[in-house]
Design a protein around this ligand. Sequence first.
Ligand SMILES: Nc1nc2c(c(=O)[nH]1)N[C@H]1C(S)=C(S)[C@@H](COP(=O)(O)OP(=O)(O)OC[C@H]3O[C@@H](n4cnc5c(=O)[nH]c(N)nc54)[C@H](O)[C@@H]3O)O[C@H]1N2
Ligand SMILES: Nc1nc2c(c(=O)[nH]1)N[C@H]1C(S)=C(S)[C@@H](COP(=O)(O)OP(=O)(O)OC[C@H]3O[C@@H](n4cnc5c(=O)[nH]c(N)nc54)[C@H](O)[C@@H]3O)O[C@H]1N2
Ligand code: SF4
Ligand SMILES: [Mo]
Length: 728
Amino acid sequence: MKETKYTFCRICEATCGLEVDVEDNRIAAIRPDPAHVVSRGYACVKGTRWDSVQHSPDRVTTPLKRVGEAFVEISWEQALREIAQKMKALIAQHGPETVGHFAGSAAGANVLSPIFRGALYSALGSRRMYGTGSCDTMNKFRVNEDMYGSPMRLAHPDVDRARFMMVLGANPAVSGNTLYHLPRSRERFSEIVKRGGRVVFVNPRRIETASAGEHLFIRPDTDVFFLSAFLNEMIREGHVARERIARAMVNFETLEKTVADWTPERQAEVTGVPAATLRELVRDHARADGAALYMATGVNQGRNGTLCFWLLECINAVSGNLDRRGGTLMGQGLFDMAAQVTEDPQMMTSRDRADGLPTVSGQQPSGVLADDILEGDATPLTALFVEASNPLLACSNPSGRLDEALSKLELLVSIDLFRNECGDLAHYILPAPTWMERPEIPYALQSFAGCTPTPYMIYADPVLEPPPGVRSEWWMFVRLADELGLTLFDNKLASFAVKTMARLTYSPLGRLVPGPRFMLDQMMKKGGVPGVKEMSSQHPHGILLPENEGENFLGTERVLTPHGKVDLAPAEYVETYAQQIEARFEEEKRNVSCMKLIGKREMKRMNTFSSNAERLVTDTTNYVYMSPDDATRIGVANDDAVEVESDFGCIEIPVRVTDEMMPRTIAIPQCWGHKDARGLSHARKHPGVNSNLLAGDGLGNIEALSGMSHLSGILVDVRPAKADVATP
Ligand SMILES: Nc1nc2c(c(=O)[nH]1)N[C@H]1C(S)=C(S)[C@@H](COP(=O)(O)OP(=O)(O)OC[C@H]3O[C@@H](n4cnc5c(=O)[nH]c(N)nc54)[C@H](O)[C@@H]3O)O[C@H]1N2
Ligand SMILES: Nc1nc2c(c(=O)[nH]1)N[C@H]1C(S)=C(S)[C@@H](COP(=O)(O)OP(=O)(O)OC[C@H]3O[C@@H](n4cnc5c(=O)[nH]c(N)nc54)[C@H](O)[C@@H]3O)O[C@H]1N2
Ligand code: SF4
Ligand SMILES: [Mo]
């Protein structure tokens, strides 16, 4: 019998509402949910064609063990027992820090997994948590901690009331936006223009979202100079909220001094943004009744991600736009996650790695993963769990060094829906449910920190029954702790309770024990919204919560710094800035005519994993995009193959010429390169090229304040390929 169910998509942070027809536990159709309280009938093709992933014949539905080159099916009991035994042996030899964990982007959508993952590793005594957070956003968490007192105290633009917005290094219409909830982004940005405001997208590529406003080219990885000059010009012109600064912020004078040398003319030498344009932007920003600057992945992945986000947040704060309607707001979620994480030393920045690199918000830099395995300091990393990730394609992998490292591990466990490239190297693959098979509320930052201009809550029951052989991630972590004899949550009673719950969950008594649904129910009720039963029966499209009117952060106990004020000039940033910025400027001037490589997200592809969806991906390869000027200079045209070479590797890839690209910049859609994917039958047919073979790893290629990998703005040489073959 066909039944229509309501849920929300968890492929990206837009979490659009979906209407799903289900028949015999299979998806018959997926449509955008017109009644969802925020997405209101918007969903993209990745969401509406999710059935192609969900029902892929390649899905792993039972634990697999590698025996030689082959994978054999084993029971959960055997898998957990053998993995725990191996872990015990390695820990006995090297200590608990020999075990690490790597969480990918899809793990971010899973609200329960981190709670139990954290409990397992804390009981184990290992802080070796890596993840794709150091490919996308660790710099932001670092800055939040230093300026506002907690990595999760994260401001978001009040898009629906702003009258000026500047967006650097993000493409929300394609990406669905990050770290705040913004479905229907193009429409909402267009509204700003209709209200008489301005929206400016600062980007080396004329992006899809730019049609909602204006576009301004900037040379990759030079935003730090642009933002310095913007801030300095703003201060010089007196567009500063003196009373707010005096009342609620510290170190304004230091900030003022730090950027004092940056004039619009000076930044123009390397950014490509004319001085007059910058002045006009500063003027309009100051005039607007509500203005917000936002930056994301493209800038985060540069060499100055932390300094850029610091300057950007300072512009928002000093101009008086932080914590006001139409500016940037600090949301309130079901509970105060930002305050709670300050009590967990693992979540606060530490520098206890031997190489001095920081652990930010609980994550060590993924760019040193290969080093930690191949060259390990006191404790070599010999065992790694990879949850919802495909680091071989997603992370910097200079000339395949990460492949070499992962294949040297004594124990590699992939927790995934599929046998991806990392799974091919794994000793065990543990199959997990898809988001359609989990009960859930939206991403932690939305639900627990209120990062959304439209406060709302939604809960979705599973739309489908998972295959009988798959197990939830939270269950795997609890069962492993059980096998290893660890006490979870530092509390014998709580530990006993969750272990018993896990033991029973997939037994015939499973329906009687409180599971994820119960945990979510408790969280929601404590947070003052209806529980799961009422939400699923009465509010399947979500409920709107009271709007955030601002003026509820500055000067309150929600500022979690020791002095209770916003720190405009954390000492380490000022020092780093003083040490690096002039040298980087000189370097940029020297390199002004060199080519730089950036990434490009595509509508139909979610990182590495939608490439196996037949109904989504029909392109046979990825391309390198370049401007007509560059194509003429290099002497290539559409479909010609070029070699792209960096200090770290060389790839061959066909060309697409487009005036979307800023001259001297090329873009290559990342997360392709599936040629060796034995477990991904569709992706293997159109492998494309892995652009991360060109990215560097190790200490010198990591942003030292936050541990972010340098994945955008990489210097490259581009030349016609020697062989006359267009595709790799
Ligand atoms: N369709 C699709 N959606 C996705 C994903 C996907 O793979 N496909 N991935 C998801 C994930 S994991 C994330 S983290 C988010 C990311 O979402 P976003 O933060 O929006 O990231 P991108 O879409 O990569 O956009 C980054 C932009 O930065 C620009 N850029 C590159 N270098 C620079 C620079 O130095 N300066 C400036 N100013 N701009 C620069 C690029 O041209 C690009 O347009 O998207 C999520 N959503
Ligand atoms: N050059 C360059 N490189 C980049 C980027 C860039 O902009 N430029 N972006 C970076 C960013 S922001 C990110 S986040 C990474 C993305 O890197 P990853 O997070 O590694 O990539 P994904 O393809 O999203 O996820 C990988 C795996 O998660 C599995 N999966 C999906 N859902 C679930 C689930 O619910 N549970 C489990 N257990 N597994 C699941 C999929 O099957 C897939 O095999 O790439 C990074 N790499
Ligand atoms: S925009 Fe993101 S959340 Fe919305 S349907 Fe597409 S992938 Fe899903
Ligand atoms: Mo990401």
